[in-house]
Write a protein that binds this ligand. Structure first.
Ligand SMILES: Cc1ncc(C[n+]2csc(CCOP(=O)(O)OP(=O)(O)O)c2C)c(N)n1
Ligand SMILES: [Mg+2]
Length: 446
């Protein structure tokens, strides 16, 4: 009788604990219950004769059962659709996108590549102060961007210009930002490549690494509370994934069920630091288990694999209210930025190898040729037209005046604080006296 009472009380306590921890804990207990038959556990004993610990998992007297090996030879495989020749390996995986979308993807990949070359040279010629190439990572941009909708909100790190291009950020927009002229949407206040545009739901890029990663689940949580059917996608590099902010972001996202897709571009390096010196585990994807978040490892150089993965992630975000992590395996073909020299630390033979059939645009071109959508004549025509268009945009942006100097002081405060009013006055006084030493005429209304 005493025993029966105890069991009843235990069962009650178990029910209370389960309801406190929520349905997920209940499900987890159900799994543990199934898995632990035959293992001796102490604490709660239910009517089916199985014993439970109040925290959910069973007890064990075997330390090896309770521990996780520090390393495992079983690396998470990489999801891909096409082989290096652009041949679809399993037809059921081909998203069968319409020809217009496929051709838009390819044309923009090539456009981004040519734009990179122009702006890289512009920095070398001293025309702009800085540049970062996207070269090699175009597959991660266009595959994911095409799978999202314009209502979805984007946070970027800096090496994701293709995502904005896909959403309608024009070549003029890119050039105006890099030349920081008066049409730059950031009003010339940031270094080149720090794009952003509210009209296409792309938040402005911030230089301090990982700034955007915790912001994304915050925004996504707000969307969820407002009943939105959209999601947030946040892009970051393998290096940024080592920042504390990344941990905070993923943990919040998973516990609060934020509709956010974490897209990590694992390109092998954080400036000169190779991934071997960044983490000891199996990359970024394995963290999904720790956070209780669905995570997948995808071939970032296979634009269609990126498309499928992102499409799936969006469905999980919106329909199930859960975040998803995508580790996009890619390779940085250029230097980190114009302030860097990759040949000092990257194996240049590897770089050359990745420039061939592993390069996303080459592989995707083969896919299009195999489908009868592309040929060498079209390729030549595209190259010429894109070059002409970019050159025109480049020349135009160079000539446009810089934003008015007074813009340096606006848009942060509703009313300019006294100290900034004072600084502004000092600037005007200084310019009045030393005008001849500054290229004032290059600035609008100055
Ligand atoms: C908080 C902070 N620390 C350091 C830097 C300097 N920094 C700029 S980019 C970068 C490497 C980032 O690597 P990764 O995230 O892998 O992106 P990738 O450049 O490879 O695309 C570092 C260390 C910074 N901008 N902010
Ligand atoms: Mg990197």
């Amino acid at each position: 009788m005493k025993m029966a009472n105890w069991m009843l009380r235990s069962k009650k306590l178990f029910t209370i604990l389960s309801s406190i921890s929520g349905r997920r804990a209940l499900n987890r207990n159900a799994i543990y219950r199934k898995e632990t038959r035959g293992i001796h556990c102490s604490s709660f004993s239910l009517s089916d004769g199985v014993e439970y610990s109040p925290r959910g998992p069973p007890y064990t007297v075997d330390l090896s059962v309770a521990s996780t090996p520090a390393s495992t030879d079983q690396l998470r495989p990489i999801y891909r659709i096409m082989n290096s020749d652009g041949v679809v390996i399993d037809q059921s995986q081909d998203p069968n996108l319409d020809p217009d979308s496929l051709l838009k993807m390819y044309k923009q990949m090539r456009t981004l590549q040519i734009m990179d070359q122009y702006l890289y040279r512009a920095q070398r010629m001293g025309l702009i102060s800085f540049y970062m190439m996207n070269y090699g990572e175009e597959g991660t941009h266009f595959g994911s961007a095409a799978a999202l909708d314009l209502d979805d909100v984007i946070y970027m790190q800096y090496r994701e210009a293709g995502v904005m291009m896909w959403r309608g950020f024009s070549m003029d927009d890119m050039m105006n930002q890099c030349f920081t002229n008066k049409f730059d949407k950031g009003k010339g206040r940031q270094m080149p490549v720090h794009y952003g545009d509210k009209s296409i739901n792309c938040h402005f890029i911030s230089s301090p690494l990982a700034t955007q990663i915790p912001q994304a689940p915050g925004y996504a949580y707000g969307m969820k509370l407002s009943g939105s059917k959209s999601c947030v996608a946040v892009y970051f590099g393998d290096g940024a994934a080592q920042e504390g902010d990344c941990h905070a972001a993923m943990n919040f996202a998973a516990t609060l069920g934020c509709p956010v897709i974490f897209i990590c571009r694992n390109n092998g390096y954080a400036i000169s630091t190779p991934v071997e010196d960044q983490y000891a585990g199996d990359g970024i994807v394995c963290r999904g288990v720790g956070y209780g978040m669905e995570a997948m490892r995808v071939d970032g150089n296979d634009v269609l694999a990126m498309y499928n993965a992102t499409r799936h992630a969006k469905r999980v975000c919106v329909e199930e209210g859960r975040p998803v992590l995508i580790e996009a395996m890619t390779y940085r073909l250029g230097s980190h930025s114009t302030s860097d020299d990759q040949s000092l630390y990257q194996n240049m033979e590897d770089v050359e190898l990745w420039k061939t059939s592993l390069y996303p645009a080459i592989r995707f071109k083969s896919y299009l040729v195999n489908r009868g959508l592309w040929d060498e004549d079209k390729e030549e025509e595209l190259g010429k037209k894109t070059d002409t268009d970019i050159k025109a945009s480049f020349q135009k942006a160079r000539e446009i005046k810089k934003p008015p100097l007074k813009d340096m002081f606006t848009d942060v405060y509703d009313q300019l604080p006294v100290r900034l009013q004072r600084q502004q006055q000092e600037m005007w006084d200084h310019l009045k006296q030393y005008r001849q030493h500054y290229p004032i005429d290059k600035y609008e209304n100055s």
